[in-house]
Design a protein around this ligand. Structure first.
Ligand code: ATP
Length: 345
């Protein structure tokens, strides 16, 4: 009986999470997955209810759950609170509690919706890649760091273990996808890049069916714009992944289309890339595609049901062509879009 902890959060978070749960329940009915759901306070909603953005009941339950499905957090209402009470602090605490060291962000151009991409349709067509970014190491966390009047310094540092564990996640993802992986580093200039490459090669030996290539990050930035359709899984460190995943995120053409997964030492978390969009909250017009696709990733990566994950992906894509929401130039409501997904499921 897989236990799913729901953290709907703020703004459009509850609306899009509800849509995702509707889809999971429909699938559960026909497939008999035995899913159970528990709704928990998190983010600004939790500050209002309990005074804390990540209350103890939520902490305890996510640690016991098989997966977390998160909506979105934050909004102007909570922006002026002291740092420890802010919704964003709750998100950092959640990530830390669960040891989430691998961030997975797919960027897929929906067949038939190539016109939404900023790239020419013939280049956008067929784009279907997954960026796996190391999330808890590298230059954002390396010591020593500091600043004086005259200079400032940060340290890029990775241990073999840190690289190997995120590489393992990326190789397993490649095995569930098209079996190709590109590892991105700067091994021609940085020692960290050399170690990165050696460590990835070590993990590659345990995954002989995955075809591996290596790219320097500067070349990769070019390739992602010129021929993004050539890639399957792209594995990289924290800093390069931050930049490349933002670059890749514009390829599908709307923020409302991007799901994500964060995997680590404990319960994995699935959430849309977009924020709480306070401007459209409560109006019933938010695009739930990213949240529903995040639920699809939950099936693939938390419950190891990639065929069902793909089924959700295909149903969402059919609904996007048939009943697009306002952010895609259509007029379907959140509810109408969700109904269209259910019909295609
Ligand atoms: P945050 O700082 O919370 O991450 P952000 O700067 O990424 O937020 P979002 O809240 O994601 O911003 O939204 C940016 C704008 O994009 C919103 O104001 C909204 O109009 C639009 N938007 C985001 N997500 C969706 C969605 N799922 N459906 C429709 N429109 C959306």
């Amino acid at each position: 009986m897989p236990r799913i902890a729901l953290l709907p959060g703020d703004g459009i978070g509850p609306e899009v999470t509800e849509a995702a749960v509707t889809v999971l329940k429909a699938l559960d009915e026909t497939e008999g997955l035995g899913l159970t759901f528990e709704r928990l306070p998190f983010g600004g909603a939790a500050v209002d209810a309990t005074g804390e953005p990540f209350p103890e009941v939520t902490r305890k339950t996510v640690l016991e759950a098989d997966a977390v499905l998160l909506g979105a957090i934050g909004g102007p209402k909570w922006d002026d609170l002291p740092r420890e009470k802010r919704p964003e602090t709750g998100l950092l605490a959640l990530r830390k509690t669960l040891g989430l060291y691998a961030n997975l962000r797919p960027a897929r151009v929906v067949p038939g919706l190539e016109h939404l991409s900023p790239l020419r349709p013939e280049i956008a067509r067929g784009v279907d890649l997954l960026i796996v970014r190391e999330l808890t190491g590298g230059i954002y966390f390396g010591e020593p760091r500091g600043m004086s009047e005259a200079e400032a310094w940060n340290t890029m540092r990775y241990s073999r273990r840190e690289v190997e564990r995120v590489a393992e996640v990326a190789f397993q993802a490649a095995e569930k996808r098209r079996g190709r992986l590109v590892s991105v580093d700067k091994a021609n200039v940085l020692e960290v890049g050399e170690l990165w490459r050696k460590s990835v090669a070590e993990v590659a030996r345990r995954h002989p069916t995955v075809e591996v290539n290596y790219q320097y990050v500067d070349a990769m930035a070019m390739h992602l714009v010129r021929r993004p359709g050539a890639f399957d899984v792209v594995l990289t460190g924290n800093l390069f992944g931050d930049i490349l995943s933002d670059l890749a995120s514009v390829l599908p053409g709307s923020l409302g289309l991007l799901p994500s997964a964060s995997l680590g030492e404990r319960t994995p978390v699935f959430e849309p890339v977009h924020g709480s969009a306070p401007d459209i909250a409560g109006k019933g017009v938010a695009n739930p595609a990213a949240a529903i696709l995040s639920a699809g990733m939950l099936l693939t990566y938390a419950l190891d049901l990639p065929a069902l994950g793909r089924r959700i992906e295909r149903a969402v894509e059919a609904a996007l062509r048939e009943a697009p929401t306002a952010d895609l130039g259509g007029s379907a409501s959140t509810e109408a879009f969700t109904r269209a997904v259910l019909e295609h499921l």
